[in-house]
Design a protein around this ligand. Structure first.
Ligand SMILES: Nc1ncnc2c1ncn2[C@@H]1O[C@H](COP(=O)(O)OP(=O)(O)O)[C@@H](O)[C@H]1O
Ligand SMILES: [Mg+2]
Length: 474
């Protein structure tokens, strides 16, 4: 296993065929407020020309499950393809462990990638799909790593024997060592002829295949992975005989079987229905914990990101805006974009005026902020701010100058909770969109009804209206 370090990565696609990509001249070390704002605009029109990835810096520590999340088109797949070596970088460095892999071809990077569309070989059985990569892999002395070495690399995984799916179960054997002799057991045979026989008999039923040392090792790994993913019963099927979830597990199995230093997964669950997605999500997390393999997982789904990641990197228009643990992202979003993207329904934003030391004025309400805000907001005296508040931090209340009068537009009762979509009454505030409010299931609200809402004072966020950066008190 290994850590992955991305250093100042840029990627441009040529505007037109044959034209050279734009290479950035200077690479300042940190995103400035100015840059972050640029990131909010269309990447094809910003000053860096056609850059779809801009100054990506990220360290994924050894064994970590890192989720890259962001809206469609923000550059997630491109970044993953750069790490895998399927796409060439415009600038920057990629380290896997201690190796700089910039110029290594994909197969030498010791990385396995799982795609959204399972990409299984349709004419091969599940067994052969799992074995395919292993048969092509050469390690060190030109042979596959010995099975013992393989299981040692995977701390905590039971050895093959313990899974109950050993070689014997397949009726496979070699000339030297087999409880189940094959038709070839007695042939005196050279290494060269052995390889030829392996290839020629590969498409035969298992009992008739010629099995050499290397094939035995492949078999052991395939069986091990099949046991891990509970797909032993599917090994003889063709991909067309599998459900979506089963195909996805085989695709995962193929990546796991290769025992890479790093897994890259690009929206691997998008083709599954909601229930299966939730199940497979849990299974992937469990497997990753068990295997301890450094993983970079791409999704546009914030729920997936929040439930799966050790840490999450939020991407927007080709840049990373924040990298943090899930709850830290939720509780302390660094930008308005992150605040809106993480959380469902998203955070509400209200334009307000600030008056030092602690007064907030909105056309409909006036609030006195807690003392903690005094210092950090001082410089915004007399200026506008964006106030952010999550749906669960607005609650039904009584008429008061510090509360907000709204009209209910929509009621979504989910059973365990109820969401309201509301509009500030007397709404001459063009900038104020409808607000989302979460109330308890036993609270009643009807469409068209007017309600008073109070804001949880200790849960308020502020954002600079020009830069979109969060203003934090410490
Ligand atoms: N081969 C390519 N040539 C030109 N533009 C590309 C190519 N691949 C991706 N892009 C552009 O790069 C941006 C990021 O794409 P992608 O990485 O697929 O986004 P995501 O995976 O986040 O949805 C998009 O604007 C897309 O149109
Ligand atoms: Mg993508």
């Amino acid at each position: 296993m290994a850590q992955v370090v991305l250093e100042n990565i840029y990627k441009s696609f040529p505007d037109r065929q044959g034209e050279r990509a734009v290479v950035p001249v200077a690479t300042p070390p940190l995103l400035t407020a100015d840059e972050l704002q640029l990131a909010d605009s269309d990447p094809t029109t910003n000053r860096l020309g056609t850059n779809v990835l801009r100054r990506i810096n990220l360290t994924v520590v050894d064994g970590e499950f890192m989720v890259l999340v962001g809206p469609s088109g923000c550059g997630k797949s491109t970044l993953l393809r750069l790490i895998a070596g399927l796409e060439e970088m415009t600038g920057g460095n990629i380290w896997v462990g201690k190796r700089l892999v910039n110029d290594l071809p994909p197969k030498e990077r010791d990385i396995a990638m799982v795609f959204q569309n399972y990409a299984l070989y349709p004419h091969m059985t599940v067994y052969d799909n799992l074995a395919f990569g292993l048969r092509r892999t050469k390690l060190g002395n030109g042979e596959l790593g010995a099975p013992t070495q393989w299981s040692q690399r995977r701390a905590g995984v039971p050895p093959v024997e313990a899974t109950g799916v050993g070689l014997g179960a397949w009726g496979m054997g070699s000339r030297e060592n087999s409880a189940f002799p094959t038709p070839y057991s007695l042939l005196p045979i050279s290494k060269w002829a052995e390889n030829l026989l392996v290839g020629m008999t590969r498409s035969l039923p298992k009992g008739l295949r010629y099995v050499n040392e290397r094939e035995r090792s492949v078999d052991q790994q395939v069986c091990h992975v099949a046991a891990l993913l509970q797909i032993e019963a599917l090994l003889n099927r063709l991909p067309k005989q599998l459900s979506g979830g089963q195909k996805q597990r085989v695709a995962l199995g193929r990546a796991i079987a290769r025992n890479p230093q790093v897994f890259l997964m690009d929206e691997p669950l998008s083709n599954l229905d909601a229930k299966l997605r939730a199940e497979t999500r849990a299974q992937i997390v469990k497997l990753q914990r068990q295997l301890g393999t450094t993983t970079i997982y791409v999704t546009h789904d914030q729920t997936e990101a929040m439930t799966m990641g050790d840490r999450i990197a939020v991407m927007c228009a080709g840049s990373i805006q924040q990298v943090a643990h899930p709850l830290e992202l939720y509780n302390r979003p660094a930008t308005r974009f992150v605040a809106e993207f993480i959380g469902s329904p998203p955070m509400n934003f209200l334009p307000v005026q600030f008056h030092a030391p602690l007064l907030i004025i909105h056309p409909q309400f006036r609030l006195k902020l807690p003392e903690v805000w005094a210092t950090v907001l001082q410089k915004y005296d007399g200026q506008s701010l964006i106030l952010g508040i999550r749906p669960e931090h607005l609650s039904l209340s009584v008429a008061a100058s510090k509360n907000l009068l709204v009209q209910v537009d929509l009621v979504e009762a989910l059973g365990n909770e109820t969401y309201l979509s509301v509009n500030p009454s007397e709404s001459d505030l063009t900038a104020t969109a409808s607000l989302q409010v979460r109330i308890a299931p036993d609270q009643v609200a009807r469409i068209g009804e007017q309600l008073w809402l109070s804001l949880a004072l200790d849960k308020i966020h502020f954002f600079d209206p020009d830069t979109g950066l969060a203003i934090w008190h410490h």
